[in-house]
Write a protein that binds this ligand. Structure first.
Ligand SMILES: Nc1ncnc2c1ncn2[C@@H]1O[C@H](COP(=O)(O)OP(=O)(O)OP(=O)(O)O)[C@@H](O)[C@H]1O
Length: 206
């Protein structure tokens, strides 16, 4: 189980543009990082680099357990969730089909799925095809997938953006529960998170 993420000397480019250079960021079990920066600063790119979808120009991204560096591909396969803007919900699946498929695929079990349904109050939505859900309901379903198949590191791209004020707080409570259980969160945000998080700014404001 990953209990620390150590990023050192990281450089990432997209196209011809160097987004950041010599970036250092350490996250430990129980910690949340609020990743800020202007549009195009590279927040999504950093999350995708940590998840292994973008190859950095240089530097290290180390996943650690009990002070031992893990094999990165394996750590990524079993130890993290990446929730992006595109939630990857299949439009013709019902919310229940989507949640149970993801739960099974990602290694969750029945009781974790029940906890996710309760935590995000999805019971009234379970029979609806995901294409019929509102943006906020879709996001609740997407966040529930994280709870249904627990993994220590959550990489979240503007996770609360489509949620109303009540659901921002409730989703924040779920994230806090994840931290209290020893999880880690790095969330790209434009607005403050509703719980304590260390700010890490990529700059880039015009
Ligand atoms: N596949 C790609 N090819 C070339 N450039 C890309 C690619 N993906 C992203 N970029 C560029 O990389 C830069 C950083 O994008 P990124 O999505 O990481 O920013 P961001 O900080 O998440 O922005 P926002 O706050 O607008 O979501 C942008 O200038 C973007 O145009």
């Amino acid at each position: 189980m990953i209990d620390a993420l150590n990023i050192a000397d990281l450089s990432v480019s997209r196209g011809d543009r160097r987004l950041f250079h010599k970036l250092f960021l350490d996250v430990r079990a129980g910690e949340a990082v609020a990743l800020t920066g202007g549009n195009g600063a590279g927040k999504t790119s950093l999350l995708r680099a940590i998840a292994g979808f973008i190859r950095p120009d240089g530097g290290q991204i180390d996943f650690v357990s009990n002070s031992v560096r893990l094999e990165a591909d394996e750590a990524r396969r079993q130890g993290l969730h990446l929730l992006g803007h595109l939630e990857g919900l299949k439009p013709a699946r019902t919310a229940l089909q989507e949640l149970s498929f993801q739960c099974r695929y990602l290694g969750g079990n029945e009781s974790q799925m029940a906890k996710a349904i309760e935590g995000f109050q999805l019971a009234p939505l379970l029979d609806l095809e995901t294409r019929r859900l509102s943006a906020g309901q879709r996001r609740r379903l997407s966040l529930a997938r994280l709870v249904s198949a627990p993994r220590p590191l959550w990489l979240l791209d503007e996770p609360l953006a489509p949620l109303d004020s009540v659901w921002r707080q409730r989703a924040g409570d779920q994230m806090q529960a994840h931290l209290a259980a020893g999880g880690m969160i790095i969330a790209a945000v434009h607005d403050p998170l509703p719980f304590a998080a260390r700010a890490f700014d990529l700059g880039g404001f015009a």
